[in-house]
Design a protein around this ligand. Sequence first.
Ligand code: PXP
Length: 249
Amino acid sequence: MPLGKLRLGVNIDHVATVRNARGSAYPDPVRAAKLAEQAGADGITAHLREDRRHISDTDIDGLMAALTTPLNFEMAATAEMQAIALRHRPHAVCIVPEKREERTTEGGLEVAREENRLAHFIAPLREAGCRVSIFIAADARQIEAAARIGAQVIELHTGAYCDFHAEGHFDQRDAELARLTDMAAYAHGLGLEVHAGHGLTYDTVQPIAALPEVMELNIGHFLIGEAIFRGLAPAIAEMRRLMDEARGR
Ligand code: PXP
């Protein structure tokens, strides 16, 4: 029997990375987001980083005004970001760890160690009607803590699985995939909605898309890179096709 349809959230951060490399007004991430919606994205993801290295506050204003699908607003657990999220009230908020020196979001959030603070941090976001997601590694301790603090969703970090694949460390890749498989089921059993993302490509997406508990994938960097060769809409359409194929649809 085919699995339920998997939602695809297209992350448009790196359209802004290209724009900001020259300090120009183009390419416009809002235009990319609208094109992604037409090409089959079920939602748009954008990460407003503390250092504004890619997405800007103005981009978030533009996305909120222009999108017809839900915005998944990625943010660090800071007072500044909480205020911005409460002002915009996006459909979803995904809490991610953020370090200034990192190239990208390198690990999952350490929820277990910061349970109390995070519980208080997400409460107003939930009250404002945002679906709160926590970006974590496939680790039972973190999943249990995410459930206890009242998150509705966890997003499992697929970065390690993708890195092992790219480096040809297939035993480690398979071990990480087994962990993701077990932890997706565990989180679902605790009543959490399960999403996944980071580093996914055409080569790595299908084993993750085939996990029955996973409801949404968030994919960005690879798609924006692939758009250079195919165009954004065909790049997204191919990802959609691979995801559907993995679900037996
Ligand atoms: N999910 C989360 C929580 C992320 O932080 C990111 C990167 O911003 C992604 C998914 C998308 O990762 P990538 O750009 O590597 O596809």
